[in-house]
Write a protein that binds this ligand. Structure first.
Ligand code: FAD
Ligand code: PYC
Length: 415
């Protein structure tokens, strides 16, 4: 595949952009593969990419029931940070954050990683104690975060009202190397690189059944027919419970919708990301100028990939004291994604009761930031059949054995 570069742009400009190739192929499925990944979201595509790049396994199909990146990967608010509390979480999220720093060069695709800084406001004394604890833990883990004063908060984000009557800002957990990235580009960049390695990305191909013999997967039933495989990776976020059921096991996850909305575009007024977890809201400004806003998850299980009116009202009501400017903004559009929540708010990257079947799920409301680290760890698990150090603690049996990795504070925003 031709490399993207400034010279390629100049060359194509001179010939009216007639020379660009399609970014990925759309082949018909083969009869069988060395590995099948179900789900062409960021995590599924990253898994396939690192299977090829790190282990030379390229006879791989990625099966997607809709269009690639059309799940939560294309619906999230793109916050990237690694300020988690537990060692195992900090390790995988920091690995992911550091891979984001060089992802555009690695994939030869501009994913617009913008390390503009992320702050989590402390608006109660309970939060002050919680974030101080996280800052200390991060220091020991080698993750660069700090607890900053309200004055520093105001310097970094002048539009913030730090003197709110109900929720004054008492400080914040600040990660200067956190930020945002372009979600679609992450999916497209991985897809292009996978296709370039000879992998088959098969869209509009829903997995409807998992066929096994003697405790091992032999293939999957799909809307495009039966496809054989030597290994299966299930990476389907909000639909994990359903696909796991096809494979004959149950998962400790539940599906709920998480919603977000954007305002009309306005002039640049905010060049960092702010999360206000006590009041359940967060905001950043996109490159187009829209204010990107989100709140908590829906309070009931559902599979609805759309917004609801009460959510706009609740989220904006929560944020308005801290961000008075939003009272005058028109909201343009809103949407929802189906997130897969575990009880300890940490993911599952695990072997399963079927010998050659592996699961990656439970990223819930916070998996965009994890995509490269998760793909790296899942590829290692699938290639070797055993988890490496990044995935070791995230097995699904921890819920049975009480080895929880509690990240309810880091997950944030009533997630
Ligand atoms: P997905 O992108 O959902 O991919 C799974 C794919 O599997 C889908 O494309 C789906 O169609 C496919 N699939 C499902 N069933 C089948 C089947 N039977 N056969 C074939 N294919 C199937 N995270 C952050 O880190 N930062 C944020 O700021 C952030 N904000 C968020 C805001 C919102 C509104 C939402 C909804 C989520 C947010 N997240 C955020 C979470 C993040 O989006 C997810 O954790 C992450 O995108 C999950 O990626 P994935 O690849 O696992 O899932
Ligand atoms: O994980 O940082 C996050 C996040 C913010 C909004 C939704 N998820």
């Amino acid at each position: 595949m031709r490399r993207y570069s400034v010279f390629a742009i100049a060359r194509e400009a001179l010939r009216y952009h007639t020379g660009w190739e399609r970014a990925w192929r759309s082949p018909a499925p083969k009869a069988s593969y060395d590995a099948i990944i179900v789900g062409a979201g960021g995590h599924g595509l990253a898994t396939a990419y690192y299977l090829g790049k790190n282990y030379g396994i390229t006879n791989v199909a990625i099966l997607e029931k809709g269009w690639l990146g059309g799940g939560n990967t294309g619906r999230n608010t793109t916050i990237i940070r690694s300020n988690y509390l537990q060692d195992s979480s900090a390790a995988i999220y920091e690995k992911a954050r550091s891979l984001y720093e060089t992802m555009s060069q690695d994939l030869n695709y501009n994913v617009m990683f913008s390390p503009r800084g992320v702050m989590m406001l402390a608006q109660t004394h309970h939060e002050v104690r919680g974030y101080l604890r996280t800052a200390h833990a991060n220091k020991l883990q080698g993750v660069e975060t700090e607890f900053i004063t309200p004055q520093r908060v105001k310097e970094l984000c002048p539009i913030l009202n730090i003197d709110g009557p109900r929720y004054p800002v008492l400080g914040a957990l600040w990660q200067a190397r956190g930020g945002t990235g372009r979600h679609d580009a992450v999916a497209w960049g991985y897809a292009r690189a996978c296709s370039d390695m000879g992998m088959d990305i098969i869209q509009q191909c829903e997995v409807t059944g998992v066929r096994s013999e003697d405790g091992k997967v032999v293939g999957v039933e799909t809307t495009k027919g039966y496809i054989g495989t030597k290994k299966l990776g299930i990476v389907v976020a909000g639909h994990s419970g359903q696909v796991a059921e096809m494979a004959g096991f149950r998962l400790p996850v539940e599906a709920v919708a998480l919603q977000a909305l954007v305002s009309e575009p306005i002039k640049p007024c905010m060049d960092i990301v702010v999360m206000a977890n006590t009041v359940h809201g967060y905001m950043s400004q996109s490159d187009k100028g829209e204010m990107v806003i989100g709140g908590g998850t829906d309070g009931f299980n559902n599979y609805t990939q759309r917004g609801s009116f009460h959510h706009i009202e609740e989220t904006l009501r929560a944020l308005i004291e801290t961000f008075p400017i939003i009272s005058r903004l028109k909201m343009l559009r809103q949407w929802g994604g189906i997130v897969d929540m575990t009880g300890d708010r940490s993911p599952i990257i695990s072997k399963t009761p079927l010998g050659n079947c592996f699961i990656n799920c439970g990223w819930g409301t916070g998996g965009f930031k994890a995509i490269p680290g998760s793909g790296w760890a899942m590829a290692e698990l699938m290639a070797k059949g055993e988890p490496g150090p990044l995935a070791a603690e995230f097995d699904m049996w921890r819920f049975k054995e009480g080895r929880f990795i509690d990240e309810s504070v880091a997950a944030g925003v009533a997630h």
